[in-house]
Design a protein around this ligand. Sequence first.
Ligand code: 13P
Ligand code: SF4
Length: 352
Amino acid sequence: MFDVPAAKCEWVGRWRRNGKRGVNLLGWGIEIRKDVHWTQVTRMEDFQLRLMDLKERIERLKRRKRALILAHNYQRPEVQEIADVVGDSLELAIAAQNTDADIIVFCGVDFMAETAYVLNPDRKVLLPDVGAICPMAQMLNAEMIREARRAHPDAEVVLYVNTSAHAKALADCICTSANAPEIVNAMSSQNIIFGPDKNLSYFVRKRSDKRIITVPEYGICPTHHQISLEDLIAARASHPYAEVVVHPECVPEVQENADFIASTSGMLRYCSKSSASEFVIGTEIGLIYRLKKQNPSKKFYPISENAVCPQMKMHSLPKIEAALEREKPVVRVPEDVAADARRAIERMISHR
Ligand code: 13P
Ligand code: SF4
């Protein structure tokens, strides 16, 4: 059940329909729209009942429209619960490639929805909130890749999946945090242009004999990059028996002082198998919901309460319902760009 603090409920009660479209209630992502039947909510129980209705309405729409809901591991708990597949970016790309659904509702960020479209251009791909734009993916554009190729003509280009489709179209192969060293080591050239994450680039360099040329030099994920060594030391002091598990988007000194480094699904697998019963988790805090659900007897602590990706949190049940009803916002990629991006993504998928 969606948990709403009392203070927020009071606000819900005070709100009156003002006839405007798309009023966003206190950032909870509850959109009041003219075309949706809505009566004023006065009590907490009413509010929760409406959320139950909402889930049922989404399920009905999903069946009627033959839709598949994909959610990244960082999504809000209620979005993970309504999804058909929850996973890391590699697992979601594979799920998008294999589906025969007519519509894919992608609860993740823009580059993931683009990847789903590129792998399945006959499907309609919906991104419930178009503001879900990954800042890291914005840090690398096509011109930067062309320039790097001009400067290093003998190098091959491996790009992190966290890039725009236009950037992917210029890559020789794509990788995710689940397979980056394997993909780089499988390339034929000794010189690899790699981007946009300089921290993932560090992780790869430590696991490869290749010469890694990082493009751009400053690419980072704001959510992971701000996790500091001090955060890790403080977490170890508070939880001395816990294993520290971090994402390769974390800075080198955090990677070096962790017990294990993995993609989000790699963390899920590791924590399930490990004999430890407590873990400090160094990634976006949304993963902790899934970790706890899969391992009810184990304890999970965020390395930092600040490790939140605002873009990942933009999708909500009302926005998913609206997207399914209206069949938009739609994500598309021009066909010539999609064809080149597909080649690079499929090369990664076939590597498994
Ligand atoms: P994963 O590939 O581990 O799911 O990570 C995606 C991402 O955006 C990490 O910030
Ligand atoms: Fe992008 Fe970082 Fe958010 Fe992942 S966590 S979507 S890399 S900003």
